[in-house]
Design a protein around this ligand. Sequence first.
Ligand SMILES: N[C@@H](CCC(=O)N[C@@H](CS)C(=O)NCC(=O)O)C(=O)O
Ligand SMILES: [Fe+2]
Length: 354
Amino acid sequence: MIFRQLFDPQSSTYTYLLADPASREALLIDPVFEQARRDAALIDELGLKLTWTLDTHVHADHVTGAWLLRDKLRSRIAVSKAGGAEGADRYLLSEEKIPFGKRHVDTLATPGHTSGCMTYVLDDQSMAFTGDALLIRGCGRTDFQEGDAHTLFRSVRERIFSLPERCLVYPGHDYRGLSVTSVGEEKLFNPRLAESIGEEDFVGYMTHLGLAHPKQMEAAVPANLKCGKPLHQTAQDPDWAPLTYTFAGIWEVQPHWLEEHLHEVRIVDVREPAEFNGPLGHVPGASLIPLGSLKDRIAELEKTAPLVVVCRSGARSAQATVLLGKAGFDKVANLSGGMLRWRAQRYAVDGGTE
Ligand SMILES: N[C@@H](CCC(=O)N[C@@H](CS)C(=O)NCC(=O)O)C(=O)O
Ligand SMILES: [Fe+2]
């Protein structure tokens, strides 16, 4: 199986990508609104087809990326029926199957942090995605939404702790940077829920947590009750060219587009002079500003005009797009594959040898 654990540093949320290598069908558990573009880039680069996004619950601390991903990738949205969100494509009860290719996850209702909390268990019970029901040596709080400590205690002890001890537990968050645990480990060492601890001890612990409410809660809960549908028009992807966003975080343009729009953009070649005038030649009309002097010569470039950056392979120019982005240029793209791909695709050059 293809598996990736992704992190949103703003809310300390984990997003999980699971895919069947044969059919390339994928699931994404707990996507984050602000990371939808990143997640879509990874799915595209791995050659996957996102079939479902799943949320473990109506989150209080971040907005789900489910709606944005459905819009971008035509994925479908599955959420727990008990969560009360509207706008999903499928409403889940406990012990249902959500397929991805030949694999599936089983749903397991684990209420307590919220009333709609779902744990998703991989078909062979080797992994469980517990959302905020069970965290690493912790658990989700029970003092807002429909939180109830008695209910959470029973969900974890009866439903999650009855999974095989070897089952890896992937939580919805971790605030210390820990990434994974197991059922066996949590049964022994969870300071709130280990098997030696009684229900009333747990309830006492949860009553006195004394945590401030999540900073995003006022906005996040209503948005998540609509599966993450944006209230206002969100920042659009740049549309001055058909750009692709990479998982590495770079906006790229393809050679065939540049060749047809040579006169509509400023082209900056960031190689050294000997390369610019060397055997690969350069894109007609390109200006030479080597990467090492870009910072000092930035005033030569107009901030608002579309700009394509070029180098030999696309690596140094990718770094240049980051530098220019930080300097406030908002219409910058990297020429995908650099001069090597430009030449391989037989586009015209100034200078260079055959
Ligand atoms: N400081 C965080 C708080 C996040 C928070 O309260 N997270 C919930 C999950 S939605 C929780 O259960 N946290 C458990 C804990 O912090 O121990 C924020 O503002 O977002
Ligand atoms: Fe939560």
